[in-house]
Design a protein around this ligand. Structure first.
Ligand SMILES: *Cc1c(COP(=O)(O)O)cnc(C)c1O
Length: 354
């Protein structure tokens, strides 16, 4: 048992909830009444506060704006039909957050600050958790360097914060994907395995180019040979080939270790598929497509859960899929939703009660 942490709570005078239609929510645009904020100074975390959601005051010289020591996480809270609130696998995100912090030369956040701070914030704003199917409260913990000094060095001060955004489905349509063979997302030895803010900024140029060609996202390839697949946008990727599910392995540090990826692997095993975590080349994918053994392609991530891919384009070669006939991705998607929303037994203890 962790000792109760000293969090000072200042409640909003008035809730903004009435002004919002929880049934028709774009992703990540609206924020709940409160936020959590903590400061790292003199080697320790202090001033842990939950207070009304509000803008930050910052100096133009704030280090994060210049040198990018900034990391984040994405987690979801759900309400089941009894009105109880649960958070999906938050401890896995907590552990990954500190892996990101270490790689970006930032201080670790104590478990109690992250977990108990999140629990208390979500409990306070529990009315913001939509109960409609496929809807959830998106939890965004993040940390950034806050020294007011222009100079390339690790900051001595940091801010850790959590904000909450009630959200509807993210990408609900099957996607068209452009296999990217010029720009890269991650290299061995780099920061592909962490949720560092700069990774996402660096991906936008290639993604915008693919969008101009009519595609929704890119499939990233390895940086040396442009031969092995890595991830789809900000999702892990799975290929069902024959009776196997194949997803790129994490060994080189170029793939983000997704919580949805891990959950999907667990559920695919329960369905009875063989899972292979290994390098997979675009040639092997095309070969399987031509042989008729490439059955399904889908992305996994907290925001979208499971996103089916209806088209993959590599150079001038186009692979198309009849997603309506698929069995596996829809089953995993349904099981995940059922576990999260309390309709299926939570036998892996993924749901943490708020
Ligand atoms: C966050 C993220 C994922 C998915 O991780 P989840 O824990 O499942 O949300 C996959 N790839 C990248 C690059 C990501 O940033």
């Amino acid at each position: 048992m962790i000792a109760a942490m000293d969090i000072s709570i200042t409640k909003a005078e008035r809730s903004k909830l009435q002004e919002l239609n929880l049934d028709n929510l774009p992703f990540g645009r609206y924020f709940s009444d409160h936020m959590l904020e903590a400061d790292y100074e003199d080697g320790e975390w202090k001033n842990v506060e939950i207070k009304p959601y509000q803008p930050l005051l910052m100096s133009p010289s704030m280090a994060a704006l210049h040198y990018g020591q900034a990391i984040f996480e994405g987690i979801k809270a759900y309400k089941n039909s009894n009105g109880n609130a649960f958070i999906f696998r938050p401890l896995d995100n907590y552990k990954r957050f500190n892996i990101s912090a270490e790689r970006m030369q930032m201080p670790a956040v104590p478990e109690e600050l992250f977990m108990e701070g999140m629990r208390q914030l979500v409990a306070l704003d529990r009315n913001w958790i939509p109960s409609r199917e496929d809807h959830s409260l998106y939890i965004r913990p993040f940390m950034f360097s806050s020294d007011e000094v222009i100079g390339v060095r690790p900051s001595e001060t940091y801010k850790f914060m959590i904000i909450l955004s009630p959200s509807g489905p993210y990408y609900n349509m099957p996607m068209r994907i452009y296999v990217e063979e010029k720009y890269v997302r991650a290299v061995p030895g780099g920061v592909g395995y962490v949720k560092a803010a700069g990774n996402y900024g660096a991906a936008m140029f290639a993604t915008a180019a693919a969008k101009k060609l009519g595609y929704d996202q890119v499939l990233w390839m390895d940086a040396f040979e442009h031969k092995y697949v890595q991830e789809i946008g900000t999702m892990n990727v799975f290929f069902i080939i024959g009776d196997k599910a194949i997803t790129p392995d994490l060994e080189q540090g170029t793939i983000l270790d997704g919580v949805t990826r891990q959950s999907t692997i667990t559920l695919l095993k329960e369905i009875g598929l063989t899972i292979e975590e290994r390098p997979l080349s675009i040639e092997a994918i095309i070969e399987a497509y031509k042989a008729g053994t490439l059955h399904e392609v889908f992305g996994t991530g907290t925001a979208a859960t499971i996103s089916m891919i209806k088209e993959l384009r590599y150079k001038d070669y186009v692979m198309q899929f009849d997603v309506d006939s698929w069995k596996t991705a829809p089953t995993v998607k349904k099981w995940l939703a059922d576990i999260r929303e309390g309709r299926r037994e939570d036998k892996y203890n993924w749901m943490q009660k708020v």
